[in-house]
Design a protein around this ligand. Structure first.
Ligand SMILES: [Fe+2]
Length: 390
């Protein structure tokens, strides 16, 4: 007997799925990925919407069908004939599991996939997210980190990325250095990268093509942005401009206003550079710290994540720029796959390790636990934080 879900899988996921153990990891994907097309993946998941993207071999009309868990069709959205599809599905319900099937004409593109819409702002429901950075080498360490993410963090709701998604960020590099290493995630876990200096190739066009990010800054760009998930606020910055102090007024105003208006329990900033580091040959970045850190301290940001330094570091919570500000924890997560950097270490640092890794953050209402896991599955750091600034 088919369960209702099995029936839905077979009906919409294609005959091929009858012979596969799960919708989530069909073995035929590899061949398709390397041939050219990029299979459907999701971005920018909100409480009421999701964006589905994929690349066709030729210009085709793309359609995304969305189903409820019980198999009933919720909506169906098509675009015009294009080779790269970016279809936003709206009017969905919050914190709800959906299934989606991309099609070109009547042909199914990839198997039936699933995603879950975001927790509403202020929700106390527990959730987790992944943080990584500096991943895009396409070499074994990147794949090993991804394998550990699958092992330890497959239930994460989303992933924040510190940039250097691709070395160097040409469009043709994306298959082997992004889509293939993360093929088990990106159809159901949205990635929210900030742009790294290596992603700036071709004015960042490949980066902005492949990532659909929130466009909620005053310029309506994806250059820097914020989003809420449950009781947490996330602000992604473009530190490549902050480090040069070039045209940053609107970004700084966005940062300040977004934090000022937020009533969220947890607040996080992430950016490509590490404001604090003990890396040899790669110093701290006070030019960024002077701009970002005082605002973080004033508005109770608990963690500033950074990358660029290819290692893991966590500093003890600290106040550097304000009289009565709240302590900020600086975490460097730049060990996603690119060649590692040595660290000098410091008494200010709780943990510093030159290791390929990812960070898993679990939030359960007023409790945050963080774990850094290396590419062999070993825990290299674990910590707890309490809310501040509320
Ligand atoms: Fe890097």
């Amino acid at each position: 007997m088919f369960s209702r879900r099995s029936f839905l899988r077979c009906l919409y996921g294609g005959v091929l799925l009858l012979f596969l153990p799960s919708c989530d990891q069909p073995e035929t994907e590899l061949a398709l990925e390397t041939l050219g097309p990029i299979l459907p993946y999701i971005q920018n998941v909100k409480t009421d919407r999701v964006t589905v993207l994929w690349q066709s071999a030729d210009k085709e009309i793309g359609t995304v069908e969305v189903y409820e868990d019980n198999g009933s069709l919720v909506t169906k959205v098509s675009d015009s004939p294009v080779s790269f599809h970016e279809i936003e599905i709206r009017d969905l319900s919050e914190d709800t599991l959906y299934y989606y099937q991309a099609k070109e004409g009547k042909i199914r593109v990839g198997p039936l996939r699933s995603f879950r819409t975001a927790l509403p702002e202020g929700s106390k429901t527990a959730f987790s997210f992944i943080a990584i950075g500096d991943s895009g080498y396409g070499t074994q360490p990147q794949y090993k980190v991804a394998a550990q993410m699958l092992e330890y963090a497959s239930n994460a709701s989303f992933l924040i990325h510190m940039g250097d998604v691709i070395y160097d960020g040409y469009e043709g590099e994306y298959r082997s250095k992004y889509f293939e290493p993360y093929r088990s995630f990106i159809h159901r876990i949205p990635f929210y990268p900030v742009i790294g200096d290596h992603d700036l190739v071709d004015d960042g066009k490949p980066f902005y093509k492949y990532f659909s990010l929130p466009k909620n800054n005053i310029e309506g760009s994806e250059d820097y942005f914020s989003f809420n998930f449950g009781n947490a606020l996330f602000i992604g910055l473009n530190s490549n401009t902050i480090i040069n102090s070039s045209n940053i007024d609107s970004q700084v105003q966005f940062l300040e206003r977004t934090l000022q208006e937020s009533t969220q329990t947890w607040k996080f900033i992430y950016l490509s550079h590490s404001i604090l580091t003990t890396a040899l040959g790669r110093g701290s970045k006070p030019s960024i710290g002077r701009i970002v850190s005082p605002i973080a301290e004033r508005f109770g940001v608990q963690i500033i994540f950074g990358g660029d330094v290819h290692a893991y570091e966590r500093f003890f919570p600290r106040v550097d720029y304000t009289e009565n500000g709240d302590p900020v924890t600086y975490v460097t997560t730049g060990g996603g796959g690119a060649d590692l950097r040595d660290l000098a270490g410091s008494p200010d640092e709780a943990v510093g390790k030159s290791a390929y890794h990812f960070v898993l953050i679990n939030i359960n209402d007023m409790t945050l636990t963080g774990t850094a896991i290396d590419f062999n599955g070993n825990t290299i750091d674990s910590f707890e934080l309490s809310p501040t600034g509320n």
